[in-house]
Write a protein that binds this ligand. Structure first.
Ligand SMILES: [Zn+2]
Length: 234
């Protein structure tokens, strides 16, 4: 990238930061409001808070809900993020996923190399690209039900799985889909073959994590042990 777009981006970020600052200082922060915002349609309306327990750190707490530390800090106005105390109540954003660290989704391929991260292309890339040879087996990241199997503009042949807790995973640019809508799949089951259907420049799997309609970074939900093995493949 040349220097010019970067300069524009920096200016843009500054504006966004100012807007956020403005919003944070003026927005009402009543508990009732937070509870309403956190309640997703269909889910039981309950306030989304975490009460700090002995020995917990902010990073651990964030990970337990499938959040980055930045997500958690963003949702709270902490006087001193380095000092949280037992019993402090932390507000959770609407896309928090309780028990995320125990949920242990797995990477959908046996061998891959990350070719484009979540958030790439100026934040427009809403999934993670896993480079893999054409025809390689795509496996279910978790058990669930096939919510969609067919073609979508840009995505080409795509499979969407519905998991517990309002979580969906999406697998795009497939050469072939191996499952049909309504089918139950178990974790690790073959669901498609890698290809480059749709808008894709090479053979790869475009993998998305969707929670309550929000696209999130798959790295936050997939077993970290398997993340480590991906690094050795690269
Ligand atoms: Zn992609």
């Amino acid at each position: 990238m040349s220097g010019r777009p970067q300069a524009t981006l920096a200016g843009c970020c500054w504006l966004v930061a100012m807007a956020l600052l403005q919003a944070c200082s003026t927005a009402p922060r009543g508990d009732g409001e937070a509870a309403r915002a956190a309640a997703s349609p269909g889910a039981a309306a309950r306030p989304a808070y975490h009460t700090v327990r002995r020995g917990e750190t902010l990073s651990q707490i964030a990970r337990g809900y499938g959040l980055s530390l930045a997500n958690l800090l963003e949702a709270n106005t902490l006087a001193n993020p380095d000092r949280i105390e037992i019993g402090d109540r932390l507000r959770l954003p609407a896309y928090a996923m309780p028990g995320a660290s125990q949920r242990a989704f797995v990477w959908p391929l046996e061998r891959w190399a990350v070719t484009s991260e979540f958030g790439a292309r100026g934040g427009r890339h809403q999934g993670i690209d896993l480079g893999s040879p054409k025809g390689a087996t795509v496996r279910a990241a978790g058990s669930g039900v096939v919510a969609f199997a067919g073609r979508k503009r840009g995505y080409g042949r795509v499979v969407i799985l519905q998991h517990a807790g309002g979580v969906q995973t999406l697998y795009a640019h497939n050469r072939k889909n191996l499952v049909r809508r309504g089918e139950h799949v178990s974790q690790g089951q073959s669901i498609a073959r890698v290809g480059q259907s749709g808008r894709a420049t090479g053979s790869h799997l475009h993998f998305e994590f969707i929670i309550g309609g929000h696209k999130r970074n798959p790295r936050l939900y997939v077993s970290p042990a398997l993340t480590a093995s991906s690094a050795s493949v690269r």
